[in-house]
Design a protein around this ligand. Structure first.
Ligand code: NDP
Length: 280
């Protein structure tokens, strides 16, 4: 019996946890499939994706720096992929066409609401960053009906562009980093890539409301700089994006296989392997 082939493309890709996560999902749900990682640059993407699907591949995940290219590559888009203009999941359809989806936002919302028991309804939310990840999470967060979302970004014009583009979604505004000290938020989400280089945007004390929550989309073997900042602000919870990673993978698995894997055992296993991790 031939088994269905899946892969994640990106650059860098060596340390990706996705092959392991999908292997655990496949075992748990008894799905005959394989999932590998492949180093693919932006310049190589079109050829690599064509080859993958020509050889019978069933689905791809695309990560940095390929999500926008994957959005262009897809022949059909889900509503959430259409909105975000970024695709992290490609799936071959029964008619041979390729569907593009974005499971990042639902992955974040599922981690927050189901795993961490953090509800977004009527919460004041600040998102740091205006890159691809912010584009992916805005729609699914807004569906949870927060009191409002504020975006702040180093390059102010990018925050402005996103706010204009997503204005119809709901109560969305922007704030320059320098003006943040006049505000406080119940939930602060770090969607900048600063944690990857151990940096942190300059954030004023008092920005996080009492009993507030910090969530860093980035993750690592140690608490990220933003997770540590949240703990210093006495956040009720300050966590990183490992849960989101597993949840977005579960949603991609569902798109491909029509089966929902259990995510908590996978998150617990990956968490237990992290050395001296201190997220509350
Ligand atoms: P992008 O490259 O598209 O965007 C990066 C963002 O970070 C931009 O807003 C950029 O601001 C900002 N930034 C970068 N350096 C600095 C700095 N020194 N100071 C202030 N702001 C800075 O990346 P993505 O949006 O794709 O990813 C963002 C993060 O989310 C990454 O850490 C990624 O790993 C993580 N992620 C995690 C996922 C998960 O499943 N857990 C899924 C998707 C993403 P500017 O516009 O000014 O350049």
């Amino acid at each position: 019996m031939t088994i269905d082939q899946y892969a994640v493309f990106g650059q860098p890709i060596k340390h990706s946890k996705s092959p392991r996560i999908h292997a655990m999902f496949a075992e748990q749900t008894d799905q005959p499939m394989s999932y590998r990682s492949q180093e693919v640059s932006a310049a190589q993407f079109q050829t690599a994706a064509d080859t993958f699907f020509d050889q019978g591949g069933k689905g791809l995940n695309c990560t940095i720096p390929l999500k926008e290219l994957a959005w262009q590559y897809a022949q059909q888009l889900t509503a959430r992929a259409c909105l975000s203009k970024a695709v992290n999941t490609l799936a071959i359809q029964p008619d041979g066409s390729i569907l593009g989806d974005n499971t990042d936002g639902i992955g974040l919302v599922n981690d927050l609401t189901n795993n961490l028991n953090i509800q977004l309804l009527q919460q004041r939310i600040l998102i740091l960053g205006a890159g691809g990840a912010t584009r992916g999470i805005l729609g699914p967060i807004m569906e949870q009906r927060p009191a409002g979302i504020t975006i702040t970004n180093r390059t102010h014009s990018r925050a402005l562009a996103i706010a204009n583009e997503f204005a119809a979604l709901g109560n969305l505004d922007i704030c320059a980093f320098e003006s943040l000290e006049q505000h406080s938020f119940d939930i602060i989400i770090n969607a900048t890539s600063t944690s990857l280089s151990n940096e942190l945007p300059n954030l004023p004390t008092g920005l996080l409301a009492s009993n507030g929550v910090c969530y860093d989309l980035a993750y690592g073997d140690q608490a990220t700089t933003f997770v540590r900042w949240g703990l210093e602000q006495n956040a009720q919870k300050s966590v990183d994006g490992l849960g989101m990673l597993v949840e977005q993978a579960a949603e991609a698995f569902y798109v491909w296989r029509g089966v929902r894997p259990q995510t908590l055992p996978v998150i617990e296993l990956l968490n237990s392997e992290r050395a001296t991790f201190q997220a509350a």
